[in-house]
Design a protein around this ligand. Structure first.
Ligand SMILES: [Zn+2]
Length: 305
């Protein structure tokens, strides 16, 4: 995409150059679920529960409306010294290297796009923050490690990115191109939107009383919706899309489907353990967002179970 340069007023935090995981206790802790781009962190809902049906009814009747309150708020208490050594402000952090610039430009564009959508709906938009870290970092949801892949922490409304993931995306997952990278940011931004809309809270509550399998299915719906929201962002900036962007997005979505990843890493596929959706589902929902440009078309929860 031909995106504008980032707005220097975006919220950027930089944990790079802080000497890895050297800092002590994590303040906030709580925070709730991480919504990762890749299915590396998951499965903490082990409880048996019978409230799934009632809960789902509540969820679906809530539809895709905006929540009155801004999501799960947060118990995040920044711990002492997080003085950015990678960059001291958005401008310096975003221009450290090409990957940072791509991330900031996409983040800034998504910020603008979703703020406008919320404004049209008469809803208050709260901007998230983009947090750069390298190797190890700390988030309001606990330790951040690059092996997790990029993730969103609802507790501190942060999108956490180790930009080395972009190289991984290109080399290990075979999904090169700027749009593949934009998609990563837009997907995580989608989780922030779900947080603001109260969707994540409803899903988290349901998961607490769900079986593991049911919890995983809810996670898939949430993840596919974030893919769709990513597509909505792209569609809202359609005039900036380049001819190969759609293909780059589809290639990335395909590469990170649960079935594809499991086949590659385990040699077999276990649908009950899917947390992000199959390659086909991820491509379908990303494309749905791109085709419609309408977040209301992203109701992955309806009829999906
Ligand atoms: Zn996700």
């Amino acid at each position: 995409m031909r995106l504008d340069d980032f707005d220097p007023n975006i919220n950027v935090e930089d944990q790079r150059g802080q000497g890895g995981s050297g800092f002590g206790g994590f303040g906030g802790g709580g925070g709730g679920l991480l919504f990762a781009f890749l299915p590396f962190i998951f499965n903490r809902f082990g409880c048996l529960g019978v409230a799934v049906v009632a809960g789902l009814f509540f969820l679906l009747s809530g539809g895709l409306h905006f929540a009155d309150t801004g999501g799960s708020g947060g118990s995040y208490a920044p711990t002492s010294a997080t003085r950015p050594a990678g960059g001291t402000d958005a401008k310096s952090s975003c221009t450290i290297d090409a990957s940072s610039k791509v991330a900031c430009n996409a983040f800034s564009s998504a910020d603008k796009t979703w703020a406008a959508i919320f404004q049209q709906q008469g809803q208050r938009f709260v901007a998230p923050k983009l947090v750069f870290y390298s190797g190890n970092g700390q988030s309001g949801c606990g330790a951040a490690q690059s092996a997790m892949g990029p993730f969103y922490c609802p507790g501190d409304q942060g999108i956490y990115l180790d930009t080395s993931f972009f190289q991984e995306l290109s080399q290990r997952f075979g999904a090169p191109g700027d749009f593949a990278q934009d998609y990563v940011i837009a997907h995580e931004f989608g989780h922030h939107i779900q947080n603001l809309m109260g969707i994540s809270d409803r899903v988290t509550r349901l998961q607490r009383s769900s079986s593991e399998v049911e919890g995983n299915r809810l996670s898939v719906m949430l993840e596919l919706q974030a893919d769709c929201f990513a597509g909505v962002w792209a569609a809202q900036n359609r005039d900036r899309m380049e001819p190969n962007d759609l293909q780059e997005g589809m290639t990335a979505a395909k590469a990170i489907g649960d079935d594809t990843l499991q086949r590659e890493t385990q040699g077999r596929v276990m649908p009950d353990s899917f947390t992000h959706g199959t390659s086909e589902q991820r491509m379908t929902w990303l494309k749905r967002g791109i085709d419609t440009g309408d977040y209301r078309q992203c109701d992955t929860f309806a009829g999906a179970i």
